[in-house]
Design a protein around this ligand. Structure first.
Ligand code: PLP
Length: 344
């Protein structure tokens, strides 16, 4: 029988798919608890599925809610990996024994300022996938109608003319407000920070989910809110009368994290997904393809010109020993509930 080269190649490829497709290096399933924007969760899991031939699903949830789920599902984990959300609840999960150890080789590509954090014991379980900068969002039209200038520092949010025009994410579910509390405690100490949160409560119209804080501001339902500034940048780009302000007192920040869940049924795929989201290429997808401006933390990733310039910011340092502790995290959120939310 005469076989030409093409026929031989086709026969060989059919028998051994790995020979012609590097995409077929993994298969099986993966379930992701996803804390980045829904659009990014959807796109990254879809691309990962296609690239590695892994049936990948995700459930979107806020940082505090995901930590709650991990605790509740301790004996029967329902997901393999937790991608996104602020890093403190990830550290808290690690301390509670809810995470699986994995140090991705891509951890070596972290920005130099976060190297020592990753070299600590916490880096055995959790890696840093992006960074967020905390600030105020303002609706310039709404503020104009109220005759109020844009806030420049935290105290300015207490202006009585802003009564019922300020919104905050609910710290029971949102990592955003936990970052805000940690920032204020670092700046002023706990007593003054809670005194401030109590006073601020009288201006708050609603404690909502973090994504709603931004969309409600764009619609003019609030005049100002506290959130991560990349969300406000996207709203402005879409044409809303929204700007962001970095507080003069000092700028808080959060690290977006990724961790594998203890007892993951699809451990190898979870490791592959961790490597994937730590890569330069994937960290650029939110701003290149979706107009979403979280700062990449892979040292080789290009940063959008619209993202905050980290080197120019007066960042408030975070004490991860304190705010990454599960006992302290629970104490502070419980204190907010009893002293602020329920103490009307
Ligand atoms: N990660 C990203 C990319 C975000 O945009 C946000 C919130 O804006 C967070 C994490 C924190 O989310 P949450 O406050 O809902 O925990």
């Amino acid at each position: 029988m005469h076989l030409n080269f093409k026929t031989l190649l086709a026969t060989f490829c059919l028998a051994t798919p790995l020979f012609y497709s590097t995409n077929a290096q993994a298969e099986g399933k993966l379930m992701v608890y996803c804390g980045v924007q829904n659009k990014v969760c959807e796109d990254l899991t879809k691309r990962f599925s296609a690239k590695y031939n892994v049936e990948t699903k995700f459930v979107h949830s806020s940082s505090g809610s995901t930590l709650g789920k991990l605790k509740a599902e301790k004996d029967n984990p329902q997901a393999d990996i937790w991608y996104g959300g602020t890093i403190e609840p990830h550290f808290q999960a690690g301390e509670l024994g809810l995470l699986e150890a994995y140090r991705s080789p891509l951890q070596a590509e972290i920005l130099p300022q976060f190297k020592s954090l990753m070299e600590s014991k916490r880096g055995d379980f959790t890696s840093i996938a992006y960074m967020l900068v905390l600030g105020f969002g303002v609706n310039t039209e709404k503020l104009k109608a109220l005759g109020v200038e844009a806030p420049k520092k935290w105290e300015d949010l207490l202006d009585p003319r802003l009564k019922d025009y300020v919104q905050l994410p609910d710290p029971r579910s949102a990592g955003t407000t936990y970052t805000m509390m940690a920032t204020l405690i670092q700046l002023w100490g706990e007593e003054k920070a809670f005194d401030y949160l109590k006073k601020l409560d009288s201006n708050i119209s609603q404690y909502v989910k973090s994504n709603l804080v931004t969309s409600n501001l764009s619609r003019g339902e609030s005049a100002t809110s506290v959130g991560f500034v990349h969300g406000y940048i996207s709203e402005k780009e879409k044409g809303a009368a929204v700007e962001y302000v970095l507080p003069e007192d000092g700028v808080g920040y959060a690290l977006g994290a990724v961790s594998i869940i203890k007892g993951a049924r699809n451990l190898d795929n979870a490791k592959l997904f961790m490597d994937y989201v730590l890569s330069k290429e994937v960290q650029e997808i939110p701003w290149r393809d979706h107009g979403l401006y979280q700062n990449p933390t892979n040292v080789n990733a290009e940063v959008s010109s619209l993202s905050p310039k980290l080197a120019e910011l007066k960042l408030v340092e975070t004490d991860y020993d304190r705010f990454g502790s599960s006992e302290e995290g629970k104490r502070l959120v419980d204190k907010w509930v009893s002293e602020i939310k329920l103490a009307k």
